[in-house]
Design a protein around this ligand. Sequence first.
Ligand SMILES: NC(=O)c1ccc[n+]([C@@H]2O[C@H](COP(=O)([O-])OP(=O)(O)OC[C@H]3O[C@@H](n4cnc5c(N)ncnc54)[C@H](O)[C@@H]3O)[C@@H](O)[C@H]2O)c1
Length: 252
Amino acid sequence: MPKKTALITGAARGIGYGIAKQLASDGFNIGIFDIIEEAAVSDSVAELEKLGAEVMYFQGNLAKKDDCTEFINAAVQRFGEINVMVNNAGVAPKVRADMLETTEESLDFVFGINIKGTFFMAQAAANQMIKQGKGGIMVNTSSMSAYTTSTNRPEYCISKAGVSMITQLFADRLAEYGINVYEVRPGVIKTDMTSVVTEKYDKMIADGVFPIKRWGFPEDIAKAVSAFASGAFSYSTGEVINVDGGFHIQRM
Ligand SMILES: NC(=O)c1ccc[n+]([C@@H]2O[C@H](COP(=O)([O-])OP(=O)(O)OC[C@H]3O[C@@H](n4cnc5c(N)ncnc54)[C@H](O)[C@@H]3O)[C@@H](O)[C@H]2O)c1
């Protein structure tokens, strides 16, 4: 039987790369969309190939709708069809600044990638899956910031609440086509994104803010995505899984 294809945005490193490794091990061919140039990630791509996957790397900017469409077209050309779409790429603001000082530039930057980009990539993948007529699975990466305030990065929190609504909207719209849409909601995960705030999170973890007292790792998120991508949740759509060490539990 031919291998299925999983597309993952932001998979040059971090959580996305962890997802790519897991899905390659699960037997998918992998299409990566990332802004980092291909030459810089050749070793990572080779690792995925060693796991048995055929890999297509596409350099593009999620903030550009045309790049999203071109990626989906290139993936179809290469693999014939797409079966799983993982909308993982996202950015934090370049500078954490009090919300009374948030700039238009920072808001446009974060919304452009996290909301607009995620929406149009989801739309392009959805239209392709509908055309194929065989159903499909989509998984979006939001964050505990979808419901937790950080007043020094409001643009990020709002954008992740937006990603959660994107999940609900596509889950609703695509159900009739057999395309199920899910969301992983990471807590604090050890990647480049959190490397600038390591000490802060080390302290929060030591102080017991997270019931499970450790950092999360890309593999933790990858295992949840793998479960969704397996098709095991065929009568569920719009579901959210928190991969956050239990942070979301309301505690006294
Ligand atoms: N690390 C965490 O603690 C954490 C927590 C909650 C949610 N998340 C979310 O998980 C996702 C992955 O985060 P990460 O920690 O792996 O971050 P990361 O910065 O390590 O990786 C993000 C990837 O996205 C790519 N990317 C950035 N801008 C892009 C663009 N415009 N177009 C295409 N690709 C682009 C980067 O090149 C990189 O490969 C993000 O959506 C992030 O918001 C992360």
